[in-house]
Design a protein. Structure first.
Length: 167
């Protein structure tokens, strides 16, 4: 039996892309709120739609420039070996809660979980701690997190009248 491991992609945006994207989102929402209830002619494009288009283009640009790191769950034997190699520190409540020396474990788990792209330890060290934490938390979750099973009746749930519209 060959079971494919669970995988996830963490997208790391460089530069000020996230800040610029969030700024356009706020501008578009404010412009939309300003025009609520205002009628416009067919040949007028509301400002919020122009801002939304700018947002979408910036997101495409950011995605193209971003680092997309694909992570996989480890085999049970790999996971157990890493856990055994990094036992919790005595008296450290954080370590006790996750069952490992989290400071050292994260440094071992992330490289062991990366499928692509090929990243060196130096590449990982160049990341911000926040971006590295996102990789670590995703890798940890792939191995220890629980996941709800997908529902097969999504279409029927999405087309069913809501409580608000069915009264």
């Amino acid at each position: 039996m060959n079971i494919e491991p669970r995988m996830a992609v963490v997208t790391i945006y460089g530069g000020d892309y996230l800040d610029r994207i969030r700024h356009l989102e706020r501008q578009a929402e404010a412009a939309r709120m300003d025009t609520a209830g205002v009628t416009q002619t067919l040949d007028e494009t509301p400002e919020y739609l122009d801002l939304a288009r700018q947002h979408d283009e910036l997101v495409k640009e950011a995605e193209a420039q971003a680092l997309h790191v694909r992570l996989r769950a480890l085999r049970r034997s790999e996971w157990r070996r890493l856990v055994a190699e990094h036992p919790p520190r005595d008296g450290n409540e954080g370590d006790a809660s996750v069952g490992v020396n989290e400071e050292e474990f994260r440094e071992a788990l992330v490289p062991a979980s990366i499928v692509e792209p090929e990243l060196t330890l130096n590449d990982l060290d160049e990341m911000s701690d926040a971006d590295f934490d996102r990789l670590y938390l995703t890798a940890f979750s792939l191995n220890r997190g629980t996941v709800a099973d997908p529902k097969a009746d999504l279409v029927s749930r999405m087309t069913r009248p809501s409580d608000e519209t069915s009264s």
